[in-house]
Design a binder for this molecule. Structure first.
Ligand code: PLP
Length: 368
C-alpha cells in the first residue's frame, strides 16, 4: 500500500483480502481458549490462547504497522506500551534519557520504578540542549512533546544516539503515524498512546509499539505475553474501525487548529500561544521539515486557573476533558493533574466541528 496516499492507506490498512460474502472488517473475535486439534495441539493453529493470539488484534497490528512502516504490537494503553519498552530493554546499571517536558506519568514511572531497579534516569528538554549520549542505553524522545508542543529533530538525535551505541524510541502519540514516521527517520522504536488521535473517538484506551528490529520485536512480544498487557478484542476492533477515518479526522483537526490559532494570536489576553504550524512558533522550522502534517493540538496561557474555569464554563463547544486528539474539541488545564505547567496553561485539542463555529464559540467564551 506504500504507493498510495494517506486517505487510501488509512481506509485499507490491515483489512483482510476481499472474499465474497465476508465483511470488510471482520467483527471482534471473543475467545480465551480456542479449540485445539486433539492430536497436534497448538502446533496446528495460530490461535491457541487469547493472551498471545487474537485475530482481531493481529488485523489492528497489521494496520498500525503498515502506517508506521514497521511491525506493530498493540498494548492495553499507552502507558503499557511505554513501560513495556522501558522495562524490556533497560537493566540495572543502564542509563536512560527521557524528555523533561513529555507526558508526565512517564517521568513518574522512571523516577520511581526504574530508579528502584537501579537504572540511571536523566532528563533533557525536547527543544534541547541535548546531552552527550555516551554510556546511554536508551533515549526516549517525545515530539511534539505533550503538553508544551516543543519539537526535536529525530533524524539528527537518532544518529547521535546510534553513534554512541544507544537505542532510540520516539513517542509518536501527538503526531500519529500520518503526521510523522519515526522509523523512517532512524528511530529503533515508534510507540504511542492510541487512545488519542489515532483512534480519536474518546471511547477506548490503547497503546502500541512498532519496530523494524526482529530482536526488539521478539523481546517485546515475549514481554507482552508474560505481563499480559493486551487490549481486549472489542477495543482492538473499535480502534481498527476508527483508524479508517484517520486521514480525514487529522485533516479537519489541523485546519481547525489553524483557524483557532489565527483567532487566538490576535488576542492580547491570550499569551504563550504554541502550535508547531505557526510560522513564528519555535517548533515551526523542525516541524515543517520533519512532519508530514501538523496536529490539531494547541497550547496557550489564560493567566489564571479562575479564567480557564470561566472560559470552559462559557464555551458551548469546548468540552472540559483531559486527553486530546478526539473528534470533539476539548481543553484541559494541565496543572490540575500535577503537570509542571503554569496555573492558566491550557492544552486545547481541536475536534472536527466546523471551523467557523469553533472560532465563534472560543471567541465568545474568552470574551465572557
Ligand atoms: C505522549 C503520551 N504518551 C503516552 C500516554 C499514555 O497513554 P494512555 O493514557 O493511553 O495510557 C499519553 C497519554 O496522555 C501521552 O499523551
Amino acid at each position: 500500500m506504500s504507493e498510495y496516499g494517506d486517505g487510501t492507506r488509512s481506509v485499507h490498512a490491515g483489512l483482510p483480502p476481499a472474499v465474497p460474502g465476508e465483511p470488510f472488517l471482520p467483527g471482534p473475535v471473543f475467545a480465551a481458549p480456542y479449540h485445539l486439534d486433539p492430536v497436534a495441539g497448538p502446533a496446528a493453529t495460530p490461535n491457541g490462547y487469547g493472551r498471545p493470539d487474537n485475530r482481531t488484534r493481529r488485523l489492528l497490528e497489521a494496520a498500525i504497522g503498515e502506517l508506521e512502516g514497521g511491525s506493530a504490537l498493540a498494548f492495553a494503553s499507552g502507558q503499557a506500551a511505554v513501560s513495556a519498552v522501558l522495562l524490556s530493554i533497560l537493566r540495572p546499571g543502564d542509563h536512560v534519557v527521557l524528555p523533561t517536558d513529555g507526558y508526565y506519568p512517564v517521568r513518574g514511572f522512571a523516577t520511581s520504578a526504574l530508579s528502584e531497579l537501579g537504572v540511571k534516569v536523566s532528563f533533557a528538554p525536547t527543544a534541547g540542549p541535548h546531552p552527550s549520549y555516551a554510556g546511554v542505553r536508551l533515549v526516549l524522545l517525545e515530539t511534539p512533546a505533550n503538553p508544551g508542543l516543543d519539537v526535536c529533530d529525530i533524524a539528527s538525535l537518532a544518529s547521535e544516539a546510534h553513534a554512541a551505541g544507544a537505542l532510540v524510541a520516539v513517542d509518536n502519540t501527538t503526531a500519529t503515524p500520518l503526521g510523522q514516521r519515526p522509523l523512517d527517520l532512524g528511530a529503533d522504536i515508534s510507540l504511542a498512546s492510541g487512545t488519542k488521535a489515532l483512534t480519536g473517538h474518546s471511547d477506548l484506551l490503547l497503546g502500541y509499539v512498532t519496530t523494524r528490529s526482529t530482536a526488539l520485536l521478539e523481546s517485546l512480544t515475549s514481554w507482552r505475553t508474560l505481563t499480559g498487557s493486551i487490549p481486549g478484542a472489542f477495543d482492538a476492533w473499535l480502534a481498527h474501525r476508527s483508524l479508517l477515518t484517520l486521514d480525514v479526522r487529522l485533516a479537519r483537526q489541523s485546519s481547525n487548529a489553524a483557524a483557532v490559532v489565527a483567532a487566538l494570536a490576535a488576542r492580547p489576553d491570550v499569551t504563550g500561544l504554541r502550535w508547531p504550524g505557526l510560522p513564528s512558533d519555535p517548533s515551526y522550522a523542525v516541524a515543517s521539515r520533519q512532519m508530514r502534517r501538523i496536529p490539531g493540538v494547541v497550547a496557550f496561557d489564560l493567566g489564571s486557573a479562575e479564567r480557564v474555569a470561566r472560559f470552559l464554563s462559557a464555551s458551548r463547544l469546548v468540552a472540559a476533558a483531559t486527553s486530546f486528539g478526539g473528534v470533539h474539541t476539548s481543553a484541559d488545564r494541565r496543572e490540575q493533574w500535577g503537570d509542571d505547567t503554569a496555573p492558566g496553561f491550557v492544552r486545547l485539542s481541536c475536534g472536527i466541528e466546523d471551523a467557523a463555529d469553533l472560532v465563534a464559540d472560543i471567541t465568545a467564551a474568552l470574551d465572557a
